[in-house]
Design a protein around this ligand. Structure first.
Ligand code: ATP
Ligand code: MG
Length: 734
């Protein structure tokens, strides 16, 4: 692929021979075609789910190229995920041909990283900077906070990092924080922490995710000629999911778009679900203000979902007070199936019911790739994974515990990082004694202290300490062997392809052998993963390209085209569509989550409702919502109320199904009588009225005897089902 950032700024050549641009509009409705043809000036497409915003953006890109409005490298297109970027590139390629390869297309992070690789030296950033992931970031904050003698119990590193990230999301460097409430954190030392953290990043020649945008903004200010070059280059800028951009991203866009002012953003305020990551839906509302004369185009036909699904989603989101409001009509007159709402007893029952229904769909000829289970929180996936595994239904967890986040993969990547960037102390510390080389914690502490004192990377400080005989003989020998190994691998890296390099390094370092010798049950799996990693390196031309990929993409490789059911979070499902969607865990405390319920004001709850709306609108033909009366969360049984969002679903468009015994659910409950109307009464801790030895009957598990009573939780020895913990209200005296 040609790097569009590296091309010279040439004038657009005559339009290439390809499809006629007008032909690309075939099949679009008049408003969509208008949004494609409005090439000049700022344009905002503001419309509901499934109205074809992403399709319009794709068609627009193809139209610009086919119509000779711009060369591919003069177009900048931003998507929310790497996967969406890949899809858009594939679609445009299918429409107009290989030219699409050199469009600057990617996520904000990926595009920012490429700008910094090319021009970051102007602000003192090494070309080979490392991109830190969340884990590294946290480790660094811990070190910085410890260096300032901050008590991690009072000021957890997580919280410090969150404060810093919020500033970065708003495009604020340490020197410009000013009188921000966040500055009060950590006894007023938050800004000092931020500054020290940035200094550490600089010392390590590293950027965190926030820096990829923040440093671009700094670059634009410090080197106006660089900004001008980009402004001239990018004649057309296109942005998907604009409702979820944060301030730094919107400043970045604004700076780049100032040249030609041909910026087309598409979004939906009802799908703004990332405020917790600093996204500001205000950006979309301020568009006309930021870009005077902007054209606003609304699309009102939903091409994705059948009537009942759309009506249910529209009704639900209408309960939010804070929204622009919009009309949405289904494209087909087909009402389709009603949204099913299923009540079950426990989380396990839920997993069983969902997987059974998915299998039934499969028997009816629905491909598994057209079925998705969308959960509110990551922990919910486990029950489904177990069920899917035991029934042998092929599945993939999208954005789940990711391949590149596994310990052995991170170790292997650390070797590569340190080979490429000797200043990468985080990688150095990770592998200096892995496998064991006799370089103990005390030695590492000494090296770190020397590095800090000298303002040098640890590997350089270590070399100096060896020269100066500043270490005990054993440690000195071990460390010196490690450093000379590293030198050897760097020499190898200059000539060998990444695959050969990694497999030689992991063998020579004894790292693979360490896992082969390991007796723990997961060790063989780790060796397999490492082999998979080595094989995957074939796809990369050089080490730099691979490391960029690891730090930015970090998604499960979707290389296999096997027919699999998808399990993912609602957040990860944004922009996607499937024939059939399962939405489990619709219980207060799970969805909406407890944080939103505890909060004063409706902001959190409204965001949760938008998330529910995103879930419903992913489906073309079928939605099944489930909720369980009780589930085990982090090992604790919890008795949950049905989600208040169920009350937002209009009766005419839903069908209620419940397992025998979950009776009370049939009638929708009024807000004021929540406890009485809930299927099992409230979640309060009233005493059960049972005692040890009582005989009871349970609808599902049958007869049993109470062994222990803990508030309203009972340990029961069931005659047939064995020992179980059950909420008192599920049982009746026998
Ligand atoms: P979301 O808000 O969920 O991101 P969106 O507005 O981006 O949705 P798309 O994903 O672009 O919507 O389109 C939804 C579906 O409707 C896709 O399957 C798309 O191919 C189809 N579609 C869009 N426009 C048309 C059209 N004019 N005729 C037929 N199908 C269309
Ligand atoms: Mg979209």
């Amino acid at each position: 692929m040609t790097d569009p950032f590296a091309l010279d700024d040439r004038d657009a050549a005559p339009p290439p021979a390809g499809p006629s641009p007008e032909a690309l509009l075939a099949g679009l409705n008049p408003q969509q075609a208008e949004a494609v043809r409005a090439t000049e000036g700022p344009v905002l497409v503001l419309s509901g789910a499934g109205t074809g915003k992403t399709r319009v953006l794709t068609a627009r890109l193809a139209y610009l190229l086919a119509g000779g409005f711009a060369q591919p490298w003069q177009c900048l297109a931003v998507t929310f995920t790497n996967r969406a970027a890949r899809e858009m590139r594939e679609r445009v390629t299918a429409m107009i041909g290989d030219e699409a390869a050199s469009v600057a297309l990617g996520t904000f992070h990926a595009l920012g990283a490429r700008m910094l690789r090319r021009d970051g030296e102007r602000i003192g950033l090494s070309r080979d900077f490392t991109i830190l992931d969340a884990d590294d970031q946290l480790r660094l904050v811990k070190q910085v906070a410890a260096g300032m003698d901050l008590d991690p119990k009072r000021w957890p590193p997580q919280a410090i990092l969150a404060v810093i990230q919020r500033w970065k999301d708003r495009g604020v460097p340490p020197e410009r924080v000013g009188a921000d409430p966040g500055a009060e954190y950590a006894a007023g030392r938050a800004v000092a922490l931020y500054r020290a953290y940035q200094a550490e990043l600089a010392r390590l020649a590293a950027c965190d995710f926030g820096d990829l945008l923040l440093k671009c903004l700094e670059l634009f200010q410090a080197a106006p000629d660089v900004l001008e070059r980009y402004q001239r280059r990018f004649r057309y800028i296109l942005v998907d999911e604009y409702q979820d951009t944060n301030v730094a991203q919107s400043l970045w866009l604004k700076a780049l778009a100032m040249g030609h002012r041909n910026l087309c953003c598409v979004g939906d305020d009802d799908q703004s679900i990332y405020s917790w990551r600093g996204a500001e839906v205000g950006n979309i509302l301020r568009f006309s203000h930021d870009f005077p004369g902007a054209r606003i185009i609304r699309l009102e036909t939903n091409y994705r979902s059948t009537g009942h699904i759309l009506a249910a989603a529209a009704h639900l989101i209408s309960r939010n007070a804070d929204r622009l409001g919009k009309t949405l009509r289904p494209a087909s007159g087909e009402a389709g199936e009603k949204v099913k709402v299923r009540a079950v007893w426990t989380g396990d029952d839920e997993a069983r019911a969902v997987v059974e229904e998915a299998e039934a769909l499969q028997r009816r000829g629905v491909p598994l790739a057209e079925i998705a289970i969308l959960v509110r929180a990551g922990y919910q996936t486990r029950a489904f994974e177990e069920r899917l595994m035991s029934t042998g239904v092929p599945y993939r967890v999208v954005g789940g515990p990711r391949f590149y986040e596994r310990q052995e993969i991170r170790d292997a990547v650390a070797y590569l990082r340190l080979i490429r960037q000797p200043a990468d102390d985080l990688a150095f510390e990770r592998i200096v004694n892995l496998p064991r080389r006799g370089i103990g914690g005390a030695t590492v502490d000494q090296v770190r202290a020397a590095a800090r004192a000298a303002g040098a990377p640890m590997s350089r400080a270590a070399a100096r300490m060896i020269e100066q005989n500043a270490l005990p003989a054993r440690a000195r020998g071990a460390l010196s062997r490690f450093l000379s190994d590293l030198e050897g691998w760097r020499a190898l890296a200059a000539g060998a392809d990444p695959r050969t390099l990694l497999s030689e390094v992991l063998e020579a370092a004894g790292y693979l052998e360490m896992w082969r010798q390991d007796k723990s049950p997961d060790a063989p799996g780790r060796v397999e993963n490492l082999k998979e990693l080595i094989a995957a390196l074939d796809e990369f031309a050089d080490l730099a390209e691979f490391l960029e990929y690891v730090s930015l993409v970090m998604e499960n490789q979707t290389g296999d085209d096997a027919d699999r059911l998808s399990v993912m979070t609602l957040h990860a499902a944004k922009g996607l569509e499937f024939d059939h969607i399962f939405l489990p865990g619709w219980e207060d405390g799970v969805f909406p989550n407890q944080r939103a319920l505890d909060e004063t004001g409706a902001k959190g709850l409204e965001e949760e409702r938008r998330l529910a709306h995103v879930g419903l609108t992913r489906a073309r033909k079928g939605v099944v919502i489930t909720f369980a009366a009780a589930r085990r969360i982090y090992g604790q049984w919890q008795n949950n109320m049905p989600s208040r969002f169920l009350d937002d679903l209009p009766e005419a468009h839903i069908e209620r199904i419940s397992e025998s015994g979950i009776g009370g659910y049939a009638a929708p409950r009024a807000g004021a009588q929540r406890a009485e109307d809930a299927p099992f009464g409230g979640a309060g801790g009233d005493e059960s009225g049972y005692k040890r030895g009582d005989r009871i009957f349970h609808d599902k598990f049958g007869y049993g005897e109470i062994r222990a009573v803990d508030g309203n939780k009972l340990d029961i020895a069931f005659d047939k089902a064995g020992l179980k913990k059950v909420m008192a209200r599920f049982v009746a005296p026998a």
